[in-house]
Write a protein that binds this ligand. Structure first.
Ligand SMILES: [Zn+2]
Length: 551
């Protein structure tokens, strides 16, 4: 057979359990036609490349990212970042800034909530420092914000505006009046208030930046976890991606989704995800998944827990109950669609597992929805084995596994829970399918989108001086438990074949195997023996997607 590409003398990590290591491969018409040793090459004609022992692995699959939110962040003004000491310090800083920069239509600032030392900010406080212009103060993780009266008026947020999900996504009220502080999806329209004005050219330029990064990093497929509260602009961005795909400019495969954030939109979302699945079906962009935002984040205690946060005594609230999850699953089952859920706290993943159990009981053999729980920062002991038992995918975001620095979460979670987070190895060893992701929302310089950063921290649970991140991120103490550190083979499998299974593309991607797309990466360094500290600096020298060199 005449081949397009023949490689010999390589060290190939195939991610194929039946044939884990190989030294030679052959590509024809964008597919692998042979993977094995040099003896098998005699059946193929063509120029042979001797790689001199270089390392090869399959194209990387990042199974939870936010391509479309990244575009929005590319054009969002996050404002002036500052680190005050308490509320008065914050007020003084903003007042001084506004005085120095008079006449702006809107002032935007950003701070981490803990700098307020537990004090509250209200619209009256913000009106006092900024009566004539709009003022938006974002909380660091962008899961909540504070605004003055002018912004509330423009956004038509009044005392009568209902909370999207009481207890999870809501407007803070005092004596029945909104205070200007909002949480989770209630806060998102404020965060991205200019996004609908983006031009097609601006959107396409940002998407191109992401495509270029992915090509160079060797990411050949992703799951896009959508854009909460912004399905219309999300759809417009998918239309642009579709156009790029038809022009042959989208080599990365995007497994897209439609997002549901509140029970009142459940039936609409189940219709809309079906429409999305019919509408977006080009070679590199397909939709077959409903994404649910089940809870929030740890730092602002919107992540839903089984046992309360120790400092406030609250548990947080899940957006849906198990019976609703089961109802959603039955509808998705009928439509042949899948489910992907943001689950940070222990109660969030439990609700999903309970819902799956209910649906499986009712549907028996007819049940075939693929369900993924993403993030899993805190999990209840008794739920760890249920992922394997129920066939639910466990998707972790390993670059978070250093814990964000020592002592940050212990005051909220208590010492024991704060030192038993991210139990990916336990869940892996129990037989569940574990996949890795970066869960990035903002493109920035793409540092944290790097799968090699995820691999490093997944293996070390620390950020050392050698790690490829800005210096302020360094936290060299190991985030316990040490036994939850993964090995390199597990990191590679979770970023390739396991991700492909989660996305439902394992027949064509995820491993170096005859018959599959010829997506593969060549490295000068052997990743299997590379030092863990500083692993994040690795980068492929050559990236092939469907047999074509793209970097
Ligand atoms: Zn996400």
């Amino acid at each position: 057979m005449k081949a397009d590409q023949i490689i010999k003398n390589a060290k190939i990590f195939t991610s194929n359990q039946n044939n884990p290591q190989a030294t030679a491969l052959v590509v024809k018409d964008g597919k692998f036609v042979y993977v094995g040793n040099e003896a098998g090459l005699k059946d193929f004609e063509g120029e042979v490349t001797d790689l001199g022992g270089k390392f090869i692995m399959p194209g990387i699959i990042d199974s939870h990212v936010h391509v479309t939110i990244g575009v929005a962040f590319d054009h969002a003004d996050l404002g002036v970042r500052f680190e005050p000491n308490g509320k008065q310090g914050a007020m003084d800083f903003m007042a001084a800034y506004i005085k120095e920069h008079p006449g702006q239509k809107c002032y935007r600032f950003l701070l981490e909530r803990h700098f307020l030392n537990g004090e509250e900010i209200t619209k009256e406080d913000l009106d006092a420092v900024c009566p004539d212009s709009e003022l938006i103060l974002l909380e660091g993780e962008c899961h909540s914000n504070w605004v003055n009266s002018k912004v509330l008026k423009r956004m038509e947020i009044t005392d009568d505006t209902p909370d999207p999900v009481p207890g999870l996504a809501y407007y803070v009220r005092k004596d029945g009046h909104v205070t200007g502080n909002s949480f989770e999806t209630a806060s998102w329209p404020i965060l991205f208030d200019g996004v609908n004005d983006l031009t097609d050219e601006q959107i396409a330029a940002s998407l191109q930046r992401w495509i270029d990064f992915s090509k160079n990093a060797g990411v050949s497929a992703v799951f896009d976890a959508a854009f909460p509260e912004h399905n219309p602009i999300h759809e417009r961005m998918y239309e642009i991606l579709c156009k790029l795909d038809k022009q042959g400019k989208l080599p990365i495969y995007i497994d897209g989704s439609y997002v549901l954030t509140r029970p009142s939109k459940m039936h609409e979302a189940l219709e809309e995800v079906r429409r999305f699945s019919r509408k977006f079906n080009s070679e590199h962009l397909k939709v077959h998944t409903l994404k649910i935002f089940m809870d929030g984040t740890l730092k602002i205690e919107t992540a839903a827990q089984v046992t309360p946060y120790v400092d406030t005594g609250v548990t947080g609230t899940t957006a849906f109950k198990p019976a609703q999850v089961a109802e959603i699953l039955k509808s998705l089952n009928e439509a042949g669609l899948d489910l992907h859920v943001h689950t940070v706290g222990a109660a969030a993943s439990r609700v999903v597992l309970d819902g799956v159990e209910l649906a499986q009981k009712e549907l028996g053999d007819k049940y075939h929805v693929k369900v993924t729980c993403a993030h899993l920062e805190v999990q209840a002991d008794e739920d760890l084995s249920r992922f394997a038992k129920l066939g639910v995918f466990a998707n972790y975001t390993p670059w978070w596994h250093n814990g964000g620095g020592p002592g940050i979460l212990a005051p909220m979670l208590g010492e024991k829970r704060a030192t038993t987070m991210y139990r990916c190895k336990t869940v892996w060893n129990m037989g569940a399918l574990v996949a890795w992701s970066s869960d990035n929302v903002a493109y920035g310089d793409f540092t944290t989108w790097s799968p090699y950063l995820g691999m490093e921290i997944g293996m070390t649970r620390t950020i050392s001086k050698k790690t490829n991140v800005p210096a302020y991120c360094i936290s060299p103490e190991l985030n316990p438990p040490a036994e939850e550190r993964m090995n390199i083979e597990e990191m590679l499998l979770g970023y390739t074949i396991n991700g492909a299974k989660q996305l439902g593309i394992e027949a064509t991607k995820g491993s170096i195997e005859a018959g599959k797309d010829a997506d593969f990466l060549v490295f000068d360094k052997d990743l299997l023996t590379a030092e863990h500290e500083g692993f994040s600096h690795n980068k492929p020298t050559d990236v092939y997607i469907a047999g074509k060199k793209v970097n």
